[in-house]
Structure formats: C-alpha cells, structure tokens
Write a protein that binds this ligand. Structure first.
Ligand SMILES: O=C(O)CCC(=O)C(=O)O
Ligand SMILES: [Fe+2]
Length: 254
C-alpha cells in the first residue's frame, strides 16, 4: 500500500490493533475488524448516486456479522423483524462503518488518491462524495431488518430526518430491490416498464449498496418478495429469510 495512504488511514482510524473505544471488545468484534477487504464499486446505470459493492463481505465475514446480530438477540423470535439503534452504535456496527470508509478509500475511486486527469471534476465517479466520506461519525443510526420469506418493504424514500448517504448491507437471501423515480410511480404492475423510471438492482448476500444525492432523494426503493416478483434474468430467485443492516446518520438539530 502506498505510504501516504497508509499514513492517512492511520490518522483516520488509528493503529488497527489498539484504536477501539469498545473496552469489552470480544472475539466477534475482532473477527469483524477484517470487514471490507473488497473494493470493487460499480455505479448503477440510470440512477445517479447509487453504487454497489457486490462482494463487500466474504462468506466468513457475513457469518461473523450474523453471529453478532444473533448475540444481540435479534433473531430470537420470528415475530421480531426490526431492531433500531441510535447514537452510540455497538462495536460490530462501528467496525462495519469504519470498514465502509476504508473500503471506499482503497477502491481507487477517491479523487484525492487518483490521477487528476482521470478524475476531472466529476465527483459522480466516486461512490461517496468527500463530505460524506469524512464526516464524523460516518453513521450514528442503524436498523436491522429481518424479513421472513414473502416479506419485503414498500416503496419509500428514507425519512428526511436522516442525512444524505445511506448504506445497506445484505445478508442471507438474495433479492431484487426496485428503484422508482419519484413522480413516475404507478399502482398498475402492467404499466410498469423496466425502462428509465423503474430499475431493478440485485442484492446478493455480502453486498453493500450506497445511496446518496438523487438516489437517496429522487428515487423510491422497495422490495417485493411476494411469489412471482423476485425475478432476475428470467429466473425466480428462491426466497428464504433475508437480513439487512442499514446505516444512516441523523440530521443534526439546531
Ligand atoms: O432491507 C433493505 O435492504 C432496505 C431497508 C430499507 O430500505 C430501510 O430500512 O429503509
Ligand atoms: Fe429505505
């Protein structure tokens, strides 16, 4: 790794072995400090500000994260489908959010670390705008959503009480999330086209989606897991339990 980048990482995160405020950090959290080794970010064509890192977490890392969620008791009852935390996030979520930043920095698409000729002035080529990437804390709110087969989430834009820049980590079942441009929704499925107003995105386990700008404010996202709706490349995707971790930052009140 480039020395300059190493130094910046050290300043930002401290020495990786001793930088944690979590005194009671356990084995699970230690394993999770290796989160986020993959750096391949792809923009979703047609939606400005929507990016995906398909292999953000390896299978082992996904298991470690699921283990941490299990230890929180989130899977104790099948009727329990959502858990929310604000402010001081648990160690595993702090590790996860640091590794998102780390991952973007190592991705080679951060303008500060790129050849100026390649960068131009186009920040849209970067998965995160710099002001979001370097804000502190990067995230201070999390939701864990646990969906049983057939359960999904209605079309919505995340509440305005959250700042721009929302990350979603997917675990367990793959699913298709649909993005619909605000103002172009229709209640009739037949009228929906897969053109520029309704775009499907495949979320595989271990993937990380990041939405900001237009993707966050001008597009609704939804997951319909009723039979017949989870289609990808002509095949219906089998739906089992799906868990997601959404990381956001609350707007600061005046
Ligand atoms: O489960 C997901 O992938 C999305 C969750 C979501 O959109 C939300 O909690 O606002
Ligand atoms: Fe959402």
């Amino acid at each position: 790794m480039d020395d300059e980048l190493k130094e910046i990482m050290r300043e930002a995160f401290g020495d990786s072995s001793s930088d944690d405020d979590c005194d009671s950090i356990d084995e699970t959290a230690k394993i999770q400090s290796i989160f986020g080794e993959s750096c391949c970010w792809e923009p979703i064509t047609g939606i400005n500000g929507l990016w995906i890192c398909r292999d953000f977490l390896s299978p082992d890392q996904q298991s470690s994260l699921l283990f941490a969620l299990e230890k929180e008791g989130y899977f104790a009852e099948t009727s329990h489908n959502q858990a929310m935390r604000f402010g001081d996030l648990p160690c595993w979520a702090i590790e996860l959010s640091y590794s998102i930043r780390e991952n973007v920095l190592f991705s080679g698409c951060v303008p500060e670390f790129m050849d100026p000729i390649t960068v131009g002035n186009n920040e849209k080529e970067c998965p995160f705008p710099m002001d979001i990437l370097w804000r502190e804390p990067l995230f201070n709110q999390l939701i864990v959503n646990i969906y049983q087969p057939d359960e999904g989430i209605c079309a919505h834009i995340d509440l305005m009480r959250f700042e721009d820049g929302i990350a979603i980590v997917s675990l367990e079942s793959s699913c298709v999330m649909h993005f619909t441009r605000v103002g172009y929704e229709t209640s009739h499925r037949e009228e929906m086209n897969e053109g520029c107003t309704r775009i499907p995105v495949l979320l595989i386990p271990g993937s990380l989606v990041f939405m900001w700008g237009e993707a966050r404010y001008l597009w609704k996202h939804q997951i319909n897991r009723k039979p017949g709706f989870q289609m990808w490349e002509g095949q219906e995707i089998e739906q089992k339990r799906r868990t997601s971790v959404t990381l956001r930052r609350l707007c600061q009140t005046l």
